[in-house]
Structure formats: structure tokens, C-alpha cells
Ligand binder design. Structure first.
Ligand SMILES: O=C(O)CCC(=O)C(=O)O
Ligand SMILES: [Fe+2]
Length: 242
């Protein structure tokens, strides 16, 4: 594997037990909001799907909170982020935004199924910024894989300039990338580190299970151009006023 050549690389994070506990904790949050609203106990994936169909506002409440759990920050520990920095050659990693958890459900419900896109225009951080994506259960085709287009981080997909912070997505919907996407058949305990210029998308979830995934992004504070741009952050924050 060659991150520079293909624009992505899969790393081993292991932590199988922690992943199991984390997934259970998410189910438990759905259950807590459900029970405290006098609805049912949630024990398994099918109960969460039922909650989505019957009590969507409770599903959304839990969905919004699971990404705010403090456990996520201990899961992304030193050994994890050092592996990310190593393959991507990021010298001083800093989050572009908060980590998030996706709840991608059967029939492509729940978290939005994405079409081929790149992440850079939503963040507009350092040129070498990466997205890190990790499934919280084993995945196969049809269970909501992540799809990538190897080498596409070199394609022309944006207009504008990084230096002037005027980057915009080009419309790539007419390029028929859908047929060329490669499914990453990843297992729990693996994470993919992708350039923010790599084209990626969501595979179908035709299974009966929920695909949970962790997703976070790093900028490199050692990137000269990013420093010259005064570490621009493309999200509202209490600390940075624009
Ligand atoms: O989880 C997915 O299916 C899409 C993920 C994605 O687009 C991202 O992590 O940037
Ligand atoms: Fe993305």
C-alpha cells in the first residue's frame, strides 16, 4: 500500500474489545433515551431500526449524542493517531472538527448515503489533511462498505485556490465514477486514512444490520500554507470568531 500513490491506506488499530464495548454503548444510548421517554428497551440493531421507524425524534436524539460521548476521545488514543500521522506524514495533527459516528442502516436509512465526493471543501484546512474512517463491525459488500477511487486524490475536482481559501467543489456527478468505485472490505480493528482530495462514497447497505463507523479528520499544524492562512477553521466555534 502506498498512501502517496493511491491517496489512502488501511491501518490496523486492533482494539477489538474496545470496539465491541463502544458499539454496545451506542445501543445503550438509544435504549436510555427510549426508556426515559416511556418507550421500549433497545437491545439490538433491529430495535434501533424500529425506533427509527416508530419514534424518529428519539432516534435523532440518541444519534446526536453518541458523537459527543467522551469515550471517543480515549478510543482515538496516542497509538491510534500516531499511526495516522505516520502513514499520512502529518507532523502536528489537530482535529478539523469533532469526531463523528455514522449510523448507516439497512435500506440506506439513517446517516446519509454519500455519492462520490471529496472532503476538502467542507474543511478547507491544510493541503495534506486526512479523513480517518473506521468500521465498528466487520464489513462485506452490501453491508455499507466505504468505497474509494484509488489515485483520485490527483484528479481535478476543485476550482479556486487553497492559498486564497477559495476552494470549491467541481460538479463531478457526470463523470460516472459510481461504476469505478472500489469497495473496502474492512474489518473491525482497521481504519482507512484518506487524503481529503480522495474521491470516496458509501456502498449500499442491503443487510439487516446497522453499520456504525467512526470518522475523524486531521489538519497538519506544521503545514506552512495553513499557518499562513492563520489556521482557518471552517466551522463555528466558541474560540474562533470570523
Ligand atoms: O460513512 C460513509 O459512508 C461516508 C463517509 C464519508 O464520506 C466521510 O467519512 O467523509
Ligand atoms: Fe466524505
Amino acid at each position: 500500500m502506498n498512501f502517496k500513490k493511491y491517496g489512502y491506506e488501511i491501518i490496523k488499530i486492533n482494539k477489538l474489545n474496545e470496539i465491541k464495548i463502544l458499539r454496545k454503548k451506542f445501543i445503550n444510548i438509544f435504549s436510555t433515551v427510549s426508556r426515559l421517554n416511556n418507550y421500549k428497551k433497545i437491545r439490538r440493531d433491529s430495535d434501533i431500526i424500529q425506533l427509527y421507524n416508530k419514534k424518529k425524534e428519539l432516534w435523532i436524539a440518541a444519534y446526536d449524542q453518541i458523537r459527543l460521548l467522551p469515550e471517543l476521545y480515549s478510543f482515538i488514543d496516542k497509538s491510534f493517531y500516531e499511526k495516522v500521522s505516520k502513514v499520512s506524514n502529518i507532523k502536528i495533527p489537530a482535529y478539523t472538527s469533532k469526531p463523528l459516528i455514522r449510523v448507516f442502516m439497512p435500506k440506506n436509512e439513517g446517516t446519509t448515503k454519500t455519492i462520490p465526493h471529496i472532503d476538502y471543501p467542507s474543511h478547507r484546512g491544510s493541503r495534506n489533511a486526512v479523513t480517518v474512517w473506521a468500521p465498528l463491525q466487520d464489513l462485506d459488500i452490501g453491508s455499507g462498505t466505504l468505497q474509494v477511487l484509488p489515485g483520485s486524490h490527483k484528479f481535478k475536482t476543485v476550482s479556486g485556490s487553497i492559498k486564497r481559501n477559495t476552494i470549491k467543489r467541481l460538479d463531478i456527478t457526470n463523470r460516472n465514477y459510481e461504476n469505478k468505485m472500489v469497495d473496502l472490505k474492512m474489518n473491525a480493528g482497521e481504519a482507512v486514512v484518506m487524503s481529503q482530495f480522495l474521491i470516496h462514497s458509501s456502498g449500499e447497505n442491503t443487510s439487516k444490520k446497522i453499520r456504525f463507523s467512526l470518522d475523524f479528520r486531521f489538519n497538519d499544524l506544521n503545514d506552512r500554507m495553513y499557518a499562513l492562512r492563520k489556521y482557518y477553521v471552517n466551522q463555528l466555534s466558541y474560540y474562533k470568531k470570523r
